[in-house]
Design a protein around this ligand. Structure first.
Ligand SMILES: Cc1cc2nc3c(=O)[nH]c(=O)nc-3n(C[C@H](O)[C@H](O)[C@H](O)COP(=O)(O)OP(=O)(O)OC[C@H]3O[C@@H](n4cnc5c(N)ncnc54)[C@H](O)[C@@H]3O)c2cc1C
Length: 505
């Protein structure tokens, strides 16, 4: 990037969960940010409820641990019923347990984290349009007083939700479909004996009813609505009728906080990068709330993009690293949209033979605890495995190429830098490599020695805790580091040569 463009800030459009995360993670990495939102203040709509462990890790890293703990309710399990009978229990372990926390509270924690790192949200500021000028982006903004002006930015991050202006201006398609059925959501008091720490899924040929306990003692109920139903048709009595029809009976609703009717879609953007503009969060993908992944996926998009963008902005790595945001998060988004679609279709089965097949499959998988072993860790965000394309070898010492590093270690690594983990007893070439790293890459890389059994290995862990490369010999790892940090090593080389020349003169 040219020196002038490098000094420009990044524009983050949208201060929902994805935009707040992107702005915070960029600022933490020394990149100036403007975070604008056209709304006149934070949204009070309850919307998303679940924070999965990987997302909680991201929040804790910045410092929102106590604030979040005060607002969230840890869940014990999900329970599926078919026509009133329990057919499956999906249990969490400590590492996979989600927190229930309404979206306004999550966003309050994220805004506190943004402030903690020196950022702020510019409310009532709309991004109207933009043009890409090769080494910068010029955006037209409308400020709180209604005046319009143009400003230049190094990059643009479109975190502006499902009807994204950034996506529309880029002309990027939003492929997929909208379900015929509509859905009704309500946050209410419920008189019931059902366990408040579980999410209950009542499936019946009449429709799906989901009930999830909220931290303040209330419940979120979510149910499919008859076709053609609009917001005007739905009040507490109508929700009560739907709950009576789909639920096990005896669930009394009162005191609604929020009732909303909405369409559910399954869509993703055909690309999430056009030159200097990126799409993250709902701007990049939307899907049914089945699995509670929307907000979580958006925050993880933001994190994945931010650490890469920061390295490029500082001129430490080359631009192609940014393409890995598109491939890595695109694959995750497609998998998330697919699983939400499959789960939603399973919820809505009506034909008796299909219902019997689904229920038997769920019973079997639940009995074998397959959900607890595979599906729940995936929902928790702990099974994401990127095709980094740079892995030199197979697994080593508990590290898997592209996957997250083991949890204990992950918590100890500096998430603002890469880490070279040296396992086993390092030989001479490994010791030389670590010396070279300290000398030439100290600005971006930590070196850590791990006394583990097994063959020695060199493992490069990215700032997001995912394994970039596993190498058995120092030469292969040095080649990877040289390729990745070429601009930094090149600049170092230049300044060393300059110094040498000056010295000789
Ligand atoms: C009923 C419901 C239940 C849900 N349940 C869950 C759940 O359990 N778990 C889960 O993970 N997800 C859930 N979701 C989805 C979740 O709410 C979204 O995925 C999440 O809000 C997306 O975050 P975002 O930051 O990408 O976008 P948003 O939250 O939509 O934020 C976009 C922001 O951009 C601003 N903006 C838009 N255009 C412009 C512009 N041109 N200039 C400036 N600002 C602009 C908007 O004002 C807005 O503040 C649910 C959603 C709904 C509706």
């Amino acid at each position: 990037m040219s020196g002038a463009a490098q000094a420009l800030p990044v524009l983050v459009t949208g201060a929902g969960p994805a935009g707040l995360t992107a702005a915070t993670e960029l600022l933490r990495r020394g990149v100036p940010v403007r975070c604008v939102d056209r709304a006149d203040g934070p949204s009070t709509l309850s919307k998303a409820l679940g924070l999965w462990p990987r997302t909680v890790e991201l929040i804790h890293r910045v410092g929102g641990r106590d604030l979040l703990a005060a607002r969230a309710l840890p869940q014990s399990q999900m329970r599926y019923y078919s026509d009133g009978k329990v057919i499956a229990d999906l249990r969490y372990r400590a590492a996979t347990r989600p927190l229930i926390c309404p979206q306004p509270d999550i966003e309050a924690v994220l805004r506190a984290n943004l402030v903690r790192v020196g950022g702020t949200v510019e409310w009532s500021t709309e991004m109207l349009s933009f043009e890409q000028l090769g080494d910068r982006v010029r955006a037209r903004l409308r400020g709180p007083d209604g005046s319009e002006h143009e400003e230049e930015f190094a990059y643009l991050v479109g975190a502006d939700g499902a009807s994204s202006t950034v996506r529309a201006r880029l002309g990027v398609g939003f492929e997929g479909s909208t379900y015929e059925l509509r859905f009704v959501v309500a946050d209410v008091r419920v008189d019931t004996a059902f366990d408040h720490r579980m999410t209950h899924y009542f499936c019946s040929p009449r429709g799906i009813l989901v009930a999830c306990g909220l931290p303040d003692g209330r419940w979120r109920v979510f149910t499919s609505a008859p076709q053609g139903v609009s917001q005007d048709d739905i009040d507490l009595a109508a929700v009560q009728r739907l709950v009576d029809e789909r639920g096990p009976g005896g669930i009394r609703l009162s005191d609604p906080d929020w009732i909303s009717v909405f369409n559910v879609h399954a869509r993703h953007a055909e690309t999430t990068r056009v030159d200097r503009a990126f799409l993250i969060g709902d701007a990049a993908h939307i899907h049914s709330p089945a699995g509670g992944q929307g907000l979580n996926t958006g925050m993880n998009d933001a994190h994945n993009l931010a650490w890469k963008l920061a390295l490029v902005w500082h001129g430490r790595v080359e631009e192609p690293l940014l393409d890995t945001y598109v491939s890595e998060r695109g694959e995750v988004a497609r998998a998330v949209v697919r699983q939400a679609d499959v789960q939603t279709r399973l919820w809505l089965l009506r034909k008796p033979h299909q219902v019997a097949l689904r229920d038997n499959a769920l019973r079997l998988a639940s009995g074998l605890r397959l959900f607890d072993l595979a599906y729940i860790p995936w929902l928790a965000g702990l099974r994401t495995r990127y095709r980094t394309g740079t892995t030199g070898g197979g697994r080593a010492a508990g590290f898997v190429p592209g996957a997250l590093a083991p949890r204990r270690l992950r918590g100890e690594l500096d998430d603002l830098r890469h880490t070279l983990v040296v396992t086993g007893a390092p030989d001479r070439s490994a010791r030389e490599l670590t010396g070279w790293c300290a000398d030439r890459l100290g600005e971006v890389l930590d070196v850590r020695t791990e006394a583990r059994r097994g063959r020695p290995a060199l493992i490069l862990v990215r700032p997001d805790g995912h394994v970039d490369t596993i190498a058995r010999d120092a030469r292969a790892m040095r080649a990877r580091l040289t390729g990745l940090f070429r601009p930094l090593l090149g600049a170092g080389q230049e300044s060393r040569e300059k110094k040498a020349k000056a010295h000789t003169a």
